[in-house]
Design a protein around this ligand. Structure first.
Ligand SMILES: *Cc1c(COP(=O)(O)O)cnc(C)c1O
Length: 468
């Protein structure tokens, strides 16, 4: 399998080359040249596999520069019940009522679905860096879920160091405890005296200094990484098998969405031939994507027009993975993709709009703070199940978009314990924590408070990477 940029420039690459890279040189995102097609016999065989074996089968269709026995070992080591809350199914299905299910993607170490892909990324990075005899210093900015998932995936891994910037004093006590209690020597928490945007600006400034980036071997783990998306394709197959008895049936998925990474993996699964009836995109008040699916117009917003909501991991104004779907919609016309994503906004033709709904089977909806609270309460009363605010956004939209006779799977993207404040507001009660996480706020913290200053961050990195 070869990979190409959504904008059509540059040479074709192999998996391990794009694994350690971010954007393509022309500013595009990498996509495989084509999606392998799954025939009926293969789908029947996959139904009986364990999650780790299924992951191996799917990954090996897209990765031909890692020997099969190595890839099998990496997937087996990653998708173990011990890592995912003791659940042998890894992403178990929880049925709310006949035909309506939650698929649990949040049983990993940081209680959010980002673990599903990040854990595999950690294993792949360590493997590939070891093979090359190289090291990588991951620099990132986080307001919560991504940073902790990256740290738990990379902790203790040979060849990898993490420098994670977060806004000082602005994450929840639980989120701070999750990240700052890690004592691993290769994990560095930097609490910046500033807001999340300041952290992101510092990462950009450091990464744009190509000399520094190259000499200090700076890399990222952001959601445009193809390996993360590929890892997520697996649970769409697993969810389909768990919700159906035979491969003649179809299911729909509703996906709480921000950067379009999660639902884009569903798009890939559907393009491979998984019988998905509809892919429903659920947004919060930051509804750029819902607007696109309703009107055919994509108009990303600035940071100033991005609301801080009670489903904060979906507070985005510009969906970084969206370009991948548009590249498919535009028939991989790189010039057209380039022009669409370098303009302030773009609009689809009537024929393209029809194709988004028909051929690509997308639908959408949005949820507000009041909807979120009401859905958390109703779900608890009607089904005896607590959901987190992001999953509540999904469930709210799923109930609006459900079609008779088609099972609906809502992806559960985080556990309620992660968002205690909103859960208290909705239910008046403290959400339960998974075993072993009680009292983590009291653990010793390993964090360096640092000025909102690019030079200070550079100096910290220099003091902590091997001299060369
Ligand atoms: C990251 C995240 C999302 C959004 O996922 P995208 O891939 O960015 O669309 C939704 N819910 C939770 C809890 C998340 O952490």
């Amino acid at each position: 399998m070869k990979y190409v940029s959504t904008r059509g420039g540059g040479p074709q690459k192999r998996f391990c080359d794009i694994l350690l890279e971010g954007l393509a040189d022309d500013g595009g995102l990498y996509l495989p040249t084509h999606y392998p097609q799954i025939d009926a016999a293969t789908l029947a065989r996959w139904r009986t596999l364990s999650y780790a074996e299924l992951a191996f089968e799917i990954l090996s269709l897209y990765i031909d520069d890692i020997p099969a026995e190595d890839l099998r070992r990496l997937t087996a080591q990653t998708y173990r019940a011990e890592v995912f809350g003791g659940r042998p199914e890894i992403t178990p299905l929880h049925t709310l009522e006949p035909g309506l299910h939650l698929q649990e993607l949040s049983n990993g170490p940081t209680l959010a679905f980002k673990d599903m892909a990040m854990q595999l990324l950690g294993a792949l990075f360590e493997y590939e860096l070891g093979r090359r005899g190289e090291a990588l210093n991951i620099l990132g900015a986080t307001s919560g879920d991504t940073g902790s998932a990256a740290e738990y995936a990379m902790r203790g891994r040979a060849g990898v160091r993490v420098f994670m910037l977060s806004p000082h004093g602005r994450m929840s006590a639980f989120q701070q405890a999750q990240m700052f209690s890690l004592q691993d020597a290769n994990i560095h928490n930097l609490a910046v005296r500033g807001v999340f945007d300041d952290c992101q600006d510092i990462v950009k400034a450091v990464s744009n200094d190509l000399g520094f980036k190259k000499s200090r071997r700076i890399g990222t783990v952001n959601s445009i990484n193809w390996a993360r998306l590929l890892a997520q394709v697996v649970y769409y197959f697993a969810g389909y098998f768990a919700a159906t008895k035979s491969n003649d049936e179809r299911v729909s998925f509703t996906v709480p969405s921000g950067n379009f990474g999660n639902v884009c993996a569903g798009h890939v699964a559907r393009q491979m031939g998984l019988p998905i009836a509809q892919l429903v995109v659920a947004t919060n008040e930051n509804d750029v994507l819902d607007e696109f699916f309703r009107t055919g117009r994509y108009a990303p917003r600035g940071a100033a027009q991005t609301h801080a909501t009670s489903s904060p991991s979906m507070d985005i104004s510009k969906a970084s993975n969206f370009e991948r779907f548009i590249a498919d919609l535009f028939g991989r016309d790189g010039a057209r993709v380039q022009s669409a994503f370098t303009s302030p906004s773009f609009e689809l033709s009537a024929a393209e709009r029809a194709s988004v709904e028909g051929r690509y089977a997308f639908a959408s909806g949005r949820s507000s703070h009041a909807d979120r609270l009401a859905t958390i309460r109703t779900c608890q009363q009607r089904y005896g199940r607590l959901v987190d605010p992001h999953t509540a956004d999904g469930l709210k939209v799923a109930l609006e978009r459900r079609q008779a006779g088609v099972p609906m799977i809502v992806l559960e993207t985080a556990l309620p314990a992660k968002f205690a404040e909103t859960l208290r507001e909705a239910t008046g009660q403290e959400p339960p924590r998974p075993a072993g996480l009680d009292g983590i706020e009291a653990l010793p913290k390993r964090v360096t408070v640092i000025d909102n200053d690019v030079q200070a961050v550079r100096a910290f990195i220099d003091a902590h990477v091997d001299a060369r």
